[in-house]
Design a protein around this ligand. Structure first.
Ligand SMILES: [Ca+2]
Length: 403
C-alpha cells in the first residue's frame, strides 16, 4: 500500500510555514534516515536522445541518465536546461499533458524484503501527479494500489509517500505520471528504505587505490611498456579529455593488455571503470570494456545485441554471467558512462551509472583465468580503471527463494 503522508509543505510561504518545515525536517533527521537509492535524483546528468530523422537535437532535448521519460497521446516530457525552472541544480523534468499522460520512470528497484520504502519528490506547477508503483511477480505484473493523487501548486513543495512491497516481492518500478490536464515540474526525487546501504556510484572523483586494489590506472602517466602491451592506435589523451583528467584513447585497431595473474582474483572482486563508446550502443559490434580473452575468460562488455554483461567462462562455455538485456540499445556515442561489476560466490552484480542493471545469484566462478587482461577495445575511451580483490558495491536484492 502507498499513502500520501505529507501532501503540502509550502517552503516559501512565510515565516510560520518555514519554521514548520524546519521542524518537520528536524524530526525526519532524528529518524534513521534512509539513503537515496536513485543515482541521478536531481536529473543533472543527461545524455543525448535517440536521433529522429529531420529533428535537430538541442540541449533541451537531452534525457536524464538512468531514467525513462515517456509522453503518451500527445503529452510531452522534457528535461529543461534552465536553473530558473529547477528546484536544485540546472535541470528538472517537466511533464505537460492536455489529454495524454506524461511519465518519468525509474526501475527496477529490487526489494530485499517487505520493508516499507519512502518516496519523496519536489514538484510545482498546475494539475495532478500520480505516483505509482509497478511490481513484477513471477507470473504477472501488478500496479500497486492507487495512491491519492497529488494536487500540485505554483510553489515548490515536497511530497512524501510510502510503499510496502507485497509478500511475493521482487522488484518494482517507480512511475511518476500526470493525471488529466497538467503542467508539472519535478525535481530531487528520493527512493529508499531504512537499512539500505549507500553505493556512492557513480563516483564524482577518481577512486584512487588502497590496500584492496590490485590494479589502478588513472592514465595520467604513460603506461609502463614493460608491463603493458600496446598495439595499434592507442595512447593517452590530452588533459581534461578524460572523465577527470586524461584517459586512454583506443582507435579502430587499438589494443592494450597486461598480465591478468596478479590483477584479477577470480574468487571475488570489483572492476570499476569509466568508458566512452565512440559508436552507438546498437552498432551490432561486441565491445569489450575489461576482459580476459580465451577459453578461461572473463568479460565486462557490450555485446552485438546491445546487452551489457559481465561473467566468467571455462573451456569457452559460460560459467556465469549477469546480463542487462538491450540496456545499451538507445545509447548515443560520446557519453562517459560508469561501469562496475562485483562478484563473489554469493552474488554477481553489474552497475551502470550507479544503477543496478543485472545480477546473478550463486555464480559459478573460475578456478583459474587466462594470462592476458585486456583493457578496453576498439573505438572507445577508458578512464579511471580500478580492479580490487574485494566486493566494493552491493545492493540488496530479493532472496533466491522469492524468485
Ligand atoms: Ca535538479
Amino acid at each position: 500500500m502507498m499513502r500520501l503522508a505529507r501532501p503540502d509543505t509550502p517552503m516559501f510561504a512565510g515565516l510560520t510555514a518555514a519554521l514548520t518545515a524546519v521542524a518537520v525536517l528536524c524530526v525526519i533527521a532524528a529518524w534513521a534516515e534512509p539513503v537515496n537509492l536513485l543515482p541521478n535524483p536531481s536529473f543533472e546528468r543527461v545524455e543525448p536522445p535517440v536521433p529522429r530523422a529531420g529533428v535537430t537535437v538541442t540541449a533541451e532535448d537531452w534525457v536524464p541518465t538512468t531514467w525513462d521519460m515517456r509522453g503518451d497521446w500527445g503529452a510531452t516530457v522534457t528535461c529543461p536546461d534552465d536553473p530558473a525552472q529547477a528546484h536544485s541544480g540546472r535541470r528538472c523534468v517537466r511533464l505537460k499533458a492536455d489529454q495524454g499522460v506524461g511519465h518519468i520512470i525509474y526501475g527496477p528497484l529490487p526489494c530485499p524484503d517487505a520493508r516499507p520504502w519512502t518516496i519523496r519528490l519536489w514538484a510545482r506547477g498546475s494539475g495532478t501527479l500520480l505516483v505509482q508503483g509497478i511490481e513484477y511477480l513471477p507470473d504477472r505484473w501488478e500496479r500497486l494500489p492507487d495512491m491519492p493523487p497529488v494536487q500540485v501548486s505554483d510553489a515548490w513543495t515536497q511530497y512524501e509517500l510510502h510503499v510496502t512491497p507485497q509478500a511475493e516481492r521482487r522488484q518494482w518500478w517507480l512511475d511518476i505520471a500526470t493525471q488529466g490536464k497538467s503542467d508539472v515540474w519535478v525535481d530531487d526525487v528520493f527512493a529508499g528504505y531504512e537499512g539500505a546501504a549507500s553505493l556512492g556510484l557513480p563516483p564524482d572523483k577518481p577512486v584512487g587505490k588502497d590496500d584492496s586494489t590490485l590494479l589502478y590506472l588513472d592514465f595520467e602517466q604513460p603506461l609502463d611498456e614493460d608491463a603493458f602491451y600496446i598495439g595499434g592506435k592507442a595512447g593517452l589523451s590530452a588533459d581534461n579529455e578524460g572523465r577527470f583528467g586524461k584517459c586512454l584513447n583506443l582507435g579502430a585497431d587499438g589494443y592494450v593488455a597486461c598480465s591478468a595473474n596478479e590483477n584479477v582474483d577470480p574468487a571475488q572482486g570489483t572492476i570499476e571503470v569509466w568508458c566512452k563508446f565512440l559508436t552507438p550502443g546498437n552498432d551490432v559490434v561486441l565491445r569489450p570494456i575489461v576482459s580476459i580473452p580465451g577459453p578461461e575468460g572473463m568479460s565486462l562488455h557490450k555485446d552485438q545485441y546491445s546487452h551489457i554483461s559481465f561473467g566468467f567462462s571455462s573451456g569457452w562455455a559460460t560459467l556465469s554471467n549477469a546480463t542487462a538485456l538491450g540496456y545499451a540499445d538507445r545509447w548515443q556515442p560520446g557519453v562517459w558512462r560508469h561501469f562496475a561489476a562485483c562478484w563473489d560466490k554469493d552474488l554477481m552484480q553489474v552497475f551502470v551509472d550507479g544503477k543496478l542493471v543485472a545480477w546473478c545469484d550463486k555464480p559459478k566462478l573460475s578456478r583459474s583465468l587466462g594470462p592476458e587482461l585486456r583493457i578496453g577495445g576498439p573505438d572507445m575511451q577508458i578512464a579511471d580503471l580500478r580492479i580490487s580483490k574485494i566486493v566494493r558495491y552491493r545492493q540488496a536484492v530479493p532472496p533466491l527463494a522469492a524468485r
